[in-house]
Design a protein around this ligand. Structure first.
Ligand code: SAH
Length: 300
């Protein structure tokens, strides 16, 4: 299929070139215990400002790669810098927000207003906060403490703490604590960074009320996505650190569809997310060769 772009499209990974990602090892344990955050904590002012214990791999769900999380937490101070490391996520956000809300509307009969929404792997809360601004009661979860601190601080500065909250908890654990409690679950740009994405998709299913909508996004796996998302973005355009993405962890729409169906979801909407770094133009189109989003629904 002919692709409309004239320039290679980077994957929608927020990290920039020229920044040092940790080459090995988990996020290091910080011995200061001024404030303790365990994996069921909600972000509070005290937590946001405290020096905290870093989670160790053992203390979390086995289904997390702390090296991957560390790549994001070390840039956490840039989450809300629209020209910083996460600029691409800021640029695509209105587009994905509209697509999410269109699907919520389509399958539930109304938009985000009044919906209880969970954003999994929320990072600094770019999407979470935007859903709250559309009237949702939004919860963001992530396993990177610094990401949650940045997210909470931004919500606080914008007087949004009544509409959005952030929690440091593994999705699998939240699914056990409060199954069937959300109208909408989103998990964007995260599945290609976890050891077992199918387990995340199943937890998304468990967390949704019957009739709830789940929107997922990730990167396809094929020669073209290798060319655009790795060679183009990391080597030719230099937009991302070399080694940012592991090609083997990319997920085809068919694979994601299988995971969703195995979890119990039905019906799907699929759309490609395209970004041209030269023109800074971004758009949605049917072509799902590189970045894409999928909407699935939990049966009533
Ligand atoms: N979803 C956000 C951020 C994407 S970056 C957005 O699209 O704007 C990927 C995020 O996933 C990072 O914040 C990282 O810390 C988080 N992450 C990676 N593995 C995770 C896991 N197993 N559980 C929760 N969050 C995870």
């Amino acid at each position: 299929m002919h692709h409309p772009d004239t320039a290679p499209q980077p994957q929608i990974d927020p990290r920039h070139a020229g920044r040092d990602a940790p080459s090995s090892g988990s996020v290091r344990f910080n011995g200061n215990v001024n404030g303790h955050m365990n994996d069921t904590d909600t972000m509070t002012d005290a937590h946001a400002n405290a020096t905290i214990n870093r989670p160790t791999q053992d203390s979390l769900s086995a289904n997390v790669d702390m090296d991957e999380v560390g790549k994001f937490t070390q840039l956490a101070h840039e989450w809300w810098d629209k020209r910083g490391a996460f600029a691409t996520l800021h640029e695509i956000n209105p587009l994905r927000l509209n697509w999410i809300e269109a699907n919520v509307n389509r399958y539930t009969g109304s938009g985000l207003t009044g919906k209880k929404v969970l954003d999994v792997g929320c990072g600094g809360g770019i999407l979470t906060e935007s859903m709250a601004r559309r009237g949702a009661a939004a919860t963001g979860i992530d396993l990177g403490v610094e990401n949650l601190q940045a997210a909470h601080l931004h919500a606080e500065q914008n007087h949004l703490t009544a509409q959005v909250q952030y929690r440091h908890i593994a999705i699998e654990q939240l699914a056990k604590q409060q199954p069937e409690s959300f109208d909408v679950v989103t998990c964007m740009e995260m599945l290609e960074h976890v050891p077992d994405p199918s387990q995340i998709v199943t937890a998304c299913f468990d967390l949704l009320k019957p009739g709830g909508v789940c929107v997922l996004s990730t990167i396809n796996r094929n020669p073209k996505s290798y060319l655009f998302a790795i060679i183009g973005a990391e080597y030719v355009l230099g937009l991302l650190d070399r080694g940012t993405h592991d090609y083997a962890k990319f997920i085809t729409p068919a694979e994601l569809d299988s995971m969703a169906i195995a979890a119990g979801f039905n019906r799907q909407d699929l759309i490609g997310l395209h970004y041209n770094p030269i023109t800074k133009r971004y758009w949605l189109a049917q072509n799902v060769d590189v970045n894409y989003m999928m909407a699935v629904v939990k049966p009533q």
